[in-house]
Design a protein around this ligand. Structure first.
Ligand code: HC0
Ligand code: SF4
Length: 569
């Protein structure tokens, strides 16, 4: 332990602590911009500067380690003036459109600091011009507006160090964040995960919004709008209205979607259960034949793009199942259209997802049948919250409503898809039952739970030790797949999610999230699973009806036509 004094208060902290860490322990608030607790500190902004006795220059509190007997001052006029001049410098290069910015809802860290530090726009007018060449909306998921960038470097760090992809870099002058080789985002290896959006302290990165498109469809009487809601949305959207992370707000979201004009409000959990039927069958077949193992899950579109770019030799291992989002879309325009006598061309299929990559997925050429897209519009959790606010829907007071019947029921197994390990646990609940003819009745596979990046487990089913692995985050996927490719790991089944923690921390989820928030979301999802009277996918009565009356057998001809695909890139 190291002893030091900060603003006259003595404290003892671990020797690896920074001055900023020590200040936090003393509840001393230091302004930060580039610093982020989960990212490598680059010390790009200097706004966290403090003074250390014996040193003439200011010291960065976020990157300077504590030393024995250090005496630190954090709150003198000299320090505050220095911080203010740094902030003014940033603001003088920052456009003036706070009222309409994507981060206008109080999430902008720059705006918050200006308020707290009493820096006013009239002191630092923006004299620059908006450069259209600095706005990149070439992709399906992410928009970059480098006019607003404050050069903190967080996007560079999260993409390189957490996701292992490395799309962004500073230019030589360090006055602009570029993509590698200066390509439009669409032409890079960006997997659309949106993790860079979540760490951006300002509105320089945001999802490509489809709010207006959705509102137009919802108001169009000639269209029949069906909406699906992903598992993670149910336990996270409440955060946008001040509720505790993990709170299950399913009924309120359903009611809000009806108020927005949805003709039917359906459930991605339903198609997640269908996914288990299809992927479970695929797994059992591969296990029996010993072919194309390990089976790699296919529901995370960021991960799919990652494997296409980096491990094309493993594409035969990837499950041929479409994701639950796409399965739902395909069923809404076939099974549901037929049952309700609606022309699929008149159906607009909207999904609410915690994920930016789902926008990209819905636009993939593989994701349409006879020229009709499975899913037409994808809104993130944040976009739906914004629409609810826009239409003055009293979200917190609205009476809970239930999903529409037919594609509305989901099991506990489906709900946990949204947390790392959930797809694997859901699959094991069904696969073990089927392979043992009902003798194995386990529901809880706690070995695959938790937010760690890589998890491994062995489960004995019918005398076979089924070896499974669960990874989340692209960098962790890379670590595991390198072993698989080298023949150093022989798993039967691997769940991969592109975002760290899984969908509960997707690029379209409420901001901020951190490890505490992720834990609460995870707990909320497992509670919703526990509270569901049906916890195994094959027991979902609406799924049974789908197979009995329409699809036939899981893995059958019609199921293949509608619910499976091949990734060709
Ligand atoms: Fe997910 Fe999904 S679990 S990817 O994270 O599989 O986005 O929540 O909707 O499709 O169900 C996201 C979440 C989904 C899909 C499901 C899967
Ligand atoms: Fe990197 Fe993901 Fe951002 Fe793309 S969306 S630039 S992969 S962090």
């Amino acid at each position: 332990m190291v002893n030091l004094t900060i603003d006259g208060k003595k404290i003892s902290v671990h020797e690896k602590s920074t001055i900023l860490d020590a200040c936090k322990k003393l509840n001393i608030n230091i302004p930060t911009l580039c610093h982020h607790p989960e990212l490598k500190v680059d010390g790009n902004c200097n706004i966290c500067c403090v003074k250390v006795e014996g040193k003439d220059d200011f010291v960065q509190s976020c990157s300077t380690l504590v030393e024995e007997n250090m005496i630190v001052k954090t709150n003198t006029d000299e320090i505050n003036n220095k911080r203010k001049s740094i902030l003014k410098d940033i603001l003088s290069n920052h456009p003036n459109d706070c009222l309409t910015c994507e981060k206008a809802s109080g999430d902008c860290e720059l705006q918050n600091l200006c308020y707290i530090m009493d820096v006013n726009r009239d002191e630092v007018p923006f004299d620059g011009k908006i450069r259209m060449d600095l706005i990149d909306d070439s992709g399906d998921s992410i928009v970059r507006d480098m006019n607003k960038c404050i050069l903190c470097g967080r996007c560079i760090s999260v993409c390189r160090d957490i996701q292992g992809i490395g799309i962004y870099e500073f230019n030589n002058e360090r006055d602009l964040v570029n993509t590698v080789d200066n390509k439009p985002l669409k032409e890079t290896e960006c997997i659309n995960c949106g993790q860079c959006i979540k760490v951006c302290p300002v509105g320089a990165l945001y999802e490509k919004t489809q709010i207006q498109e959705a509102l137009k469809a919802l108001l169009d009487n000639d269209k029949h709008v069906v909406v699906q809601m992903a598992p993670a949305v149910k336990n996270t959207l409440g955060e946008e209205f001040g509720l505790k992370p993990g709170t299950d707000v399913t009924g309120k979201v359903v009611a809000s979607l009806r108020k927005l004009g949805a003709n039917k409000v359906f459930n991605t959990d339903f198609s997640a259960d269908v996914t288990i039927m299809e992927e479970g069958t695929e797994f059992i077949n591969r296990l029996k034949e010993g072919k194309n193992l390990p089976l790699l899950t296919s529901c995370s579109p960021g991960w799919i793009k990652f494997v296409e770019h980096n491990y094309p030799q493993l594409l035969n291992n990837v499950s041929s199942c479409k994701s639950p989002q796409q399965m739902f879309g395909a069923l809404s325009k076939s099974y549901y259209a037929k049952k309700s006598g609606i022309d699929p061309k008149d159906i607009v299929s909207i999904s609410i997802m915690p994920c930016t990559a789902k926008k990209f997925e819905a636009n993939r050429p593989e994701m349409q049948i006879n020229g009709i897209k499975d899913v037409d519009i994808v809104l993130t959790t944040r976009e739906l919250a914004k629409m609810i606010k826009l239409k003055n829907i009293p979200f917190l007071d609205i009476e809970d409503e239930d999903f529409d019947k037919f594609l509305g029921k989901g099991t506990g197994a489906a709900r946990i898809f949204a947390t790392s390990g959930g797809v694997m646990e859901a699959a094991l609940r069904t696969v073990s039952y089927v392979l043992t003819n009902g003798e194995m009745n386990d529901i809880d596979y706690k070995v695959v739970r938790g937010l760690e990046g890589i998890k491994e487990a062995e489960v004995e089913i019918n005398g076979t030790n089924v070896k499974v692995a669960v990874v989340n985050g692209a960098l962790n996927a890379k670590k595991l797949l390198d072993k698989v490719v080298k023949g150093e790991a022989n798993y039967h089944f691997i769940e991969v999610m592109g975002c760290p923690g899984g969908c509960l921390a997707g690029g379209g989820a409420p901001i901020p999230d951190n490890i505490e928030i992720k834990e609460l979301r995870k707990e909320g999802l497992y509670n919703s699973d526990k509270n569901n009277e049906i916890r195994r996918s094959f027991e979902n009565p609406e799924v049974k009806e789908l197979y009995d009356k329409y699809l036939g057998e899981p893995g059958g001809h019609l199921a293949h036509k509608l619910l499976h695909t091949h990734y060709l890139d």
